[in-house]
Design a protein around this ligand. Structure first.
Ligand code: FAD
Length: 397
């Protein structure tokens, strides 16, 4: 490793949205950056591929609201740098039982952060959406203008291109097998399956569903992160009604609360199809995937039938696409220094629990701050700490 080609200020492991946006941030700040990916760049075996992700400012946990607002800004900044669009504006519509704690907390947070919003009863929902959405009498809807769709594969490609343009080195088909403290020089030595060895002053681990495995190998720490396979479903809009459910027809991105958590995006990527899917998945080893879980489809069909007034064909999804979730017990992210012998030399970003994509740019900013400044500027990190699992049933050793 005397070759300067093998030495970096920061090595980022995993080139999904989190690793790629971090690489853009560190390269932009002048750090010699290496981004390493085990598969092809833009592969479909992790969490960041596909055609749409929702961005919304409506969170029941207050600490995500300022992060989304910063993310909106950073998405637009990155778009301006690359010269094409990855974010498509839409309104956001939340719906659920009028006593649902999450929904009520969302309304509170809209007030707390001055997000203009409307709370609507059933007849007002019918009126607002001209009969396109129906909710039960004991439900409410919450409408606001901070929704939208992000194109995931295109967005990851954007961050990789911007990272490269700013001098980052990108290596795909290179699996990281270990990260060791360099006791002589300081920093870390990163080993890869093809026999490569790279030295980094700092290392960022953003390996999605593989986080639990890699962190265990590197440090012995067993993070309570559970990989789950899920799929998104697209449903055919009945002939003649296509524009009503399209982003161009002003249909919103949406979430439905209560016993069954459903979310979706208006027709955009596949004209005539609307994405409606459930926030659930089946635990699995990311290296031994079932490729197509079947549970929850009946409840989802029922939801589509009831909410969309028979204007969308609920008999079978027109298309399903597989994806990985990486869940924590509280569904909060894990963004922290690995600690132990690595102290602040290794930073981990994972456990994005099915709601991380929109935050890609701000997570990249935070991880880059941690590498450069040793702390995340302006963010209360206790909610994302590894230490929060201590003294719980999920007790890291
Ligand atoms: C169906 C579905 C719908 C979603 N909808 C939304 C939504 O509407 N809004 C939203 O905000 N979020 C959403 N999410 C969540 C969001 O997509 C994820 O939180 C986000 O993509 C996680 O990105 P990541 O970079 O952490 O993981 P990944 O994209 O999986 O990236 C990790 C990368 O690390 C690589 N890697 C792993 N191990 C190694 C190794 N040893 N060496 C080298 N590379 C390695 C992997 O191959 C992978 O490319 C959704 C997720 C799914 C699955």
């Amino acid at each position: 490793m005397d070759n300067s080609d093998d030495q970096f200020d920061v090595i980022i492991v995993g080139a999904g949205v989190m690793g790629s946006s971090t690489a853009y941030q560190t390269a932009k700040r002048g750090l010699r950056t290496l981004l390493v990916e085990q598969f092809d760049l833009l592969h479909h075996r992790g969490s960041s591929h596909g055609e749409s992700r929702t961005i919304r400012a409506t969170y029941s946990k207050h600490y995500y609201c300022p992060l989304v607002m910063e993310s909106y800004h950073l998405w637009q900044q990155a778009e301006a740098q690359i010269g094409y669009k990855v974010y498509f504006k839409a309104h956001q519509f939340e719906m659920g039982p009028d006593d649902d704690d999450n929904l009520l907390a969302i309304v509170d947070n809209c007030r707390r952060y001055s997000v203009p919003h409307q709370v609507l009863r059933r007849h007002e929902v019918t009126e607002k959406f001209s009969g396109r959405i129906d909710i039960p009498d004991n439900w409410i809807g919450v409408s606001n203008e901070f929704g939208g769709v992000i194109k995931p594969t295109k967005a990851v490609a954007m961050f990789q291109a911007l990272a490269h343009k700013n001098g980052a080195v990108l290596r795909d088909n290179t699996k990281v097998t270990d990260i060791k403290k360099d006791n002589v020089r300081g920093g870390v030595v990163v080993s890869t399956a093809d026999g490569g060895r790279f030295w980094g002053k700092k290392c960022v681990v953003t390996v999605g569903a593989w986080m639990k495995k890699l962190v265990k190998t590197v440090s012995g720490l067993e993070l309570p992160i559970e990989p789950k396979e899920t799929y998104v479903c697209y449903w055919r809009i009945k002939e003649g009604h296509e524009e009503k459910y399209a982003i161009t027809g002003d249909f919103p991105t949406f979430s439905s609360h209560g016993k069954f958590h459903v979310f979706g995006t208006p027709a955009l990527e596949y004209p005539g199809l609307i994405k409606v899917t459930s926030h659930a998945g089946i635990p699995c080893d990311p290296d031994k995937r079932p490729w197509g879980p079947g549970e929850l489809l009946d409840s989802l069909k029922e939801w589509v039938k009831e909410r969309f007034q028979g204007l969308v064909d609920f008999s079978e999804p027109a298309m399903k696409q597989c994806c990985m979730y990486t869940m924590t017990p509280d569904e909060d992210f894990v963004i922290d220094f690995l600690g132990g012998e690595f102290e602040k030399d290794v930073v981990v970003g994972g456990g994005f629990s099915g709601h991380g994509f929109k935050m890609g740019p701000v997570v990249g900013r935070i991880l880059a701050d941690m590498v450069v400044d040793g702390e995340a500027n302006g963010v209360e990190m206790k909610y994302f700490s590894i230490a929060r699992f201590k003294d719980t049933q999920y007790c890291p050793n």
